[in-house]
Every structure is written in C-alpha cells, then in structure tokens.
Design a protein. Sequence first.
Length: 358
Amino acid sequence: MARIYNFSAGPAVLPVEALEAARDEMLDYNGSGMSVMEMSHRGKVYAAIHEEAKQNIRDLMGLTDDYEVIFVQGGASLQFAMIPMNFLGEGKVADYVDSGNWGAQAIKQARLIGQVNIVADCNKDIPTRMPREGECKWTPGAAYAHITSNETISGAQWKTLPKTEAPLVADMSSDILSRPFDIKDFAMVYAGAQKNLGTAGMALVVIRKDFAETGSKALPTMLKYSTFIEKDSLYNTPPCFSIYMLMQTTRWLKKFGLENIYKQNVEKAAKLYAAIDASAFYRGTAVKEFRSDMNVTFRLPTEELEATFCAEAKKVGLEGLKGHRSVGGIRASIYNAFPPAGVDALVAFMADFERKFG
Ligand SMILES: *Cc1c(COP(=O)(O)O)cnc(C)c1O
C-alpha cells in the first residue's frame, strides 16, 4: 500500500486511523453482520453511531445544551440557500462579508432570497486577505451576519473571529475544528464535511436553538432547521455513512486533542510559509497576517513553471498542488489529517525545484 501526500483542497486527506477503522468494519459493523451502509437508520446499531458523532462534536466544541448538532444533506452549498430561506424574511437585511470566492457564493444565494448588505469587500484584493479590525460596517438590527472563516481558494483566514451584535453565522467548511474557538460568539456554524470532517455531500451544522426557532415556518419540511432539530436529523434517511465517517474522524480528533491539532497545524503552515519567504522564487498569495493554516497558496515566476512544479511534484508522490482553476498558482491544503512529514517533503521538494528551475 502506497499512500501519496494528498494536498487536495476537498475532498481531502482523512486520518489513516479513521480509514482503517472503516475498512475493518466494512463487512461486519460491530457484530451486526452487515456494513453501516446496509442497516436501518432507525435501528439501535446505527443510533449509537449517530449519537457518538453528535457527542464528539459537542465535546470538541464544548457545546452547551442551547446548541444543537445536525447533519444536513447538500453540503455547504445548500447552507448558502437554507440560511437566507430560514432567516432572511421580508423587510429584513442580512450582513455578509465578501472575503473571496466562498463568501461571494453565499452572497449570491442570499440575494436570490432577500436583502443583503455587504459589510466589507476584500474579495478582489491581491494579495488576498480578510477584513481588518474595524473595517466591517455591521448593520444595526440585521437578521444575521455571515462570514467565511477560511477562504479555501485564496488562502486567507480570519485570525481573530469577529464578534457581532446580530446573530453570527460562519461557513467554517475548510477550517472547522482546526483550532479552538468560542461557539458562544456564534448563532450557527456550518461546514461541508469533505475537508476536516469526512466525506462529501453533507454539512455539519451547529445551531443555537433559539436562533433556529426564529426561522421561517413557510418552507418545505426538508429546508427548515427546525425539522432537523425536532427529528434529530432523522426526518428522512440521513447520509448514514457520511455521519459514520464523521464519527470516526472526530473520534480520532478527540484522541489527538484540539489544542494539539491546532499546535500541529500552526507548525505545519509556518514551515511552508518560511520556505516561501526564504526564497524570491516563491511568492505567497495572501497578506501575511491573514495567511491560512489550512490552505497555503503561492505563485512561481510564471504559469509554465507552476505547471512544471505540479507535474514534477506528482512524480515524487506530492499530489493535488494545483491552485483552484479560477485563480491558478499553487495551493497546498494541509488539513488536520495531513501528516507533518508531507509538509517536510514538500519543503524539500521546493528547494530542489528552485535549484533546478530557479
Ligand atoms: C468547499 C467549500 C464549500 C462548498 O462545499 P460543498 O460541500 O461542496 O457545497 C463552501 N465553503 C467553503 C469555505 C468551502 O471550502
């Protein structure tokens, strides 16, 4: 078995321990004689998986009883629509930070539903960044305020998450549980599961109950947060296997420890940024103070060299380094499960590549 160093932005590398557990339990989960994919979502065996998945999130985030953990199909992208459908009624306005591609995607969906106010726009800025202290002009009485904690494509990350008067909602798809944060500052956080949590197609949503209760009642059942809360994410057949994988990765993360993973994430990113800064050949894409610990973006002198860089890297087992098609460049995604040895390998490769092509 040869596993590559997988720098993909998402779906992305998962903890080997979680994959091994899934492999070992594939044909016979816990003595049930069947796989998780084959059993009733109403049965006792599945119920224990569902409970542990939720409990792991509760433990890792330190959730109090006023927050609910729900699992919603449709990935983070459906959340872009569900949030305004539930909370952006007539006569209301929602604050959005346009911090990059994902922030803009959320805004696009919200505008289909209601009135949006852009409180800060740094989407087009190069080098890429997040809003600075005091830059966001929050609207008094806004229905909610929406931010993207980490812009996966540009590689910019909020280092100090904002506090807002309006209920704060965060798309944490690409940095959820990569660092400690205070859930009390948020009415809702959500994340597509395929970066730090498990498999694609599902979103983890952590939502304060009193906020969820303010949601529109005039929506189809499957589009209301209240349905997921009342039915414990079991109104219809949930994405059982995705929830199972989330349970495995969060079980791994609990063992590792959130503080420890944060420390490791910072160290991994710092090594890569140090390699970029030590050379005039490589140029970081994001403003230093907003550099992401999850998605390290940089450029080479020419696009041709960038293509050669990715091709040569692939030959030595470093894959998924090509930047997003919309911006080009190089992107090394180094989520929780990405091993530190892979970062060392990339740093060594970068020095080698510069010697040959610089
Ligand atoms: C990947 C990503 C999304 C989209 O997630 P899907 O599950 O594909 O809908 C949204 N926001 C951010 C920040 C992302 O990184």
